[in-house]
Design a protein around this ligand. Structure first.
Ligand code: CUA
Length: 361
């Protein structure tokens, strides 16, 4: 009988089992007590959280068993003085042991996969009265489009959602991979150029939640954020009506073009281009705060501050050649450099004029 076999046989197995059970119990308790997630704000959140708890309950013992066996073996079969030249015993396998250590993990995996499949299928079931929202990701902003039957879609850089109304997101990317994620809803999906991905969410809690990009997409990835606002159905309807009402646009047009009265050219609504984009350009408001346009993102410099006292040339250059001068505390490479292409010359001029007027206020 080799020295190793004798050592092993002298080892009582019971203390190891007791240690394993205790360590697993403590590990599971810690895993369940830790508050891993933000507020749950959708009907999808609870099932996902329960699934996560089950993963913890089943994976902690696996971690504990592997760790105990590794640590125990390193200690028990360590090399002692005088054993430097000794080789280990020739072991040819143990069929019983191999059957056990294949069957148990297989069983654990089958249970986890089956339960996961059931949960994910269940929470993605089609709902009556679903609202469709198109989500577009591009470096480095999210924008949302609410298709309206028989009218032009409402666009926004803030994700407004009515409480308790099932929503289906249709997600696309214009440039590289992004990932549309609202942690409070727990659901997330990659935005992939060339295809449309989708998922369903039913918001259940009023409030404001961060929307984040969860796929490394370039220099501005960390600041590719937006806001989801879950509001009452009545507030949502009035927000939607406000966006659709031509009055809102005319209002802006009049404010931004007092000096243009009497000209024949079609009015360009610079405030809307700022807040929502023109359909091609990324909305300025997706990244910049400007009180007049009602935008509040902190990704780029706050225009209410940095534009004070600046002239039209500075504003135009800042839009078409953002690297020319980087505002203090910000880095280059984040603002799109293609505004000279995505905006028409008239739109660009209108935007410069509008920003100049706001800055002069
Ligand atoms: Cu977009 Cu990361």
């Amino acid at each position: 009988m080799s020295e190793e076999t004798r050592r092993l046989e002298r080892t009582p197995i019971l203390p190891l089992v007791v240690i394993g059970v205790l360590a697993s119990a403590i590990g599971i308790a810690i895993g369940l007590v830790i508050d891993w997630f933000p507020t749950d704000a959708s009907i999808q959140a609870k099932p996902i959280d329960n699934l996560y708890d089950l993963m913890i309950i089943l994976s902690v013992p696996v971690f504990v068993v592997v760790t105990i066996i590794v640590l125990f073996s390193a200690w028990k079969f360590r090399m002692r003085p005088g054993e430097e030249q000794l080789d280990g015993p020739p072991i040819h396998g143990n069929t019983k042991l191999e059957v056990v250590w294949t069957a148990i993990p297989a069983l654990v995996l089958v249970v986890l996969c089956s339960y996961t499949y059931v949960v994910l299928t269940d929470i993605e079931e089609a709902q009556a009265n679903e609202m469709r929202i198109n989500v577009t990701g591009q470096q480095f902003a999210w924008s949302y489009e609410y298709p309206q039957a028989g009218g032009k879609p409402v666009r926004s850089t803030t994700l407004y959602l009515p409480k308790d109304r099932p929503v289906r997101f249709y997600v696309k990317a214009l440039d590289v991979l992004h990932d549309f994620w609202v942690p409070a809803f727990r659901m997330k999906v990659d935005a992939v150029p060339g295809i449309t991905t989708r998922y369903r969410v039913t918001p259940t809690r009023l409030g404001t939640y961060p929307v984040v990009c969860a796929e490394l997409c370039g220099l501005g990835h960390a600041v590719m954020r937006s806001t989801a606002k879950v509001v009452t159905p009545a507030d949502f309807d009035s927000w939607l009506a406000e966006q659709q009402a031509p009055a809102g646009g005319a209002d802006t047009g009049a404010g931004a073009s007092d000096g243009d009265k009497g000209t024949k050219a079609p009015e360009i609504d610079a405030k809307t281009i700022f807040a929502e984009g023109n359909g091609t350009s990324i909305a300025c408001g997706a990244c910049h705060t400007l009180a007049d346009a009602g935008t509040s993102s902190q990704t780029g410099p706050e225009l209410d501050k940095v534009l004070k006292g600046k002239d039209a040339d500075f504003i135009k250059t800042s839009i078409t050649d953002p690297e020319a001068e980087i505002a203090e505390g910000f880095q280059g490479g984040i603002m799109p450099k293609n505004y000279a292409d995505t905006l028409s010359p008239e739109e660009l001029d209108a935007l410069v004029k509008y920003l100049g007027e706001v800055a002069a206020k």
